[in-house]
Design a protein around this ligand. Structure first.
Ligand code: BTN
Length: 247
């Protein structure tokens, strides 16, 4: 059976802003008012952009590719753990220069961070759960504009490829890739993505340190399991932060 039809790109609701605190909040508000899956908000600048684990996301206005996308997953809440990985796969496959993925969804090139994903799940009291998926890609940042980081050093498509990208065209391709991937996820779950993840996995086979809430574990990464959990030293972990890659 084919995957269900994704939303038609020409029917997409896209809110394009010059500046806002965070596109995440715009899409969340729209979702609560009943916006359809696939609606998105993009901005040239965010004054309070946020990343995973309470980090801030900063950029120079007009250089990054940033948007938030509304997903209304059909799968039960207990199966939504791998959703951020599915998003990372769709983006990595659609981006130029062949970035790879570091669990759960950092996009990397040459051990440098090209972009990231922030998936925020919400369960309104009187409605079905939805996910606001925030995407930030260092597109046309020069080397001097790359933000300071606490783990992976940053890079950009401009720095790596030597030429600026058409951010609007690339955004269109990424939104369509998300439409398609989420339609497949709705139908088949993470099983349909395991091989695609393995082909993009930047950590499999490498020793690393994973920081958990109460301790750190060190061991060889053996990819992810069927639920999208990272496997380190033979144990699967649903949450944590890859602190360092040791080899
Ligand atoms: C990460 O790498 O920690 C995730 C970064 C996500 C940044 C994007 S930019 C668009 C959207 N709005 C935000 O405030 N954050 C996400």
């Amino acid at each position: 059976m084919d995957a269900p039809d994704p939303p038609r790109p020409d029917a997409r609701i896209l809110i394009a802003l010059e500046a806002c605190p965070s596109t995440q909040d715009v899409v969340r508000e729209q979702a609560l008012q009943g916006a359809p899956a696939g609606m998105a908000c993009t901005a040239e600048h965010q004054t309070a952009g946020r990343g995973r684990r309470g980090r801030t996301w900063t950029e120079t206005p007009g250089t990054a590719l940033m948007f938030s996308y509304l997903a209304r997953p059909a799968r039960p809440p207990s199966e939504l753990g791998p959703l951020p990985l599915v998003v990372g796969i769709a983006l990595a496959e659609a981006l130029p220069l062949g970035p790879r993925l570091r669990w759960p969804n950092d996009l990397v090139l040459r051990d440098h961070k090209l972009g990231g994903v922030l998936a925020e799940l919400a369960t309104p009291p009187d409605g079905a759960p939805f996910a606001v998926i925030g995407v930030g890609i260092n597109a046309n940042l020069t080397a001097a504009q790359l933000p300071p980081t606490d783990r992976l050093p940053a890079t950009s498509l401009l720095v790596e490829g030597g030429a600026p990208v058409d951010r609007a065209a690339l955004r269109g391709r990424l939104l369509e890739a998300l439409d398609e991937a989420l339609a497949v996820f709705d139908r088949d779950g993470f099983a349909a993505f395991a091989g695609r993840w393995a082909a993009l996995d930047d950590l499999a086979g490498r020793p690393l340190e994973l920081r958990l809430p109460d301790r750190a574990v060190t061991g060889r990464c053996d990819g992810v399991d069927a639920e999208g959990r990272i496997v380190v030293g033979g144990e699967a972990y649903a949450a944590g932060e890859v602190e360092r890659v040791l080899g």
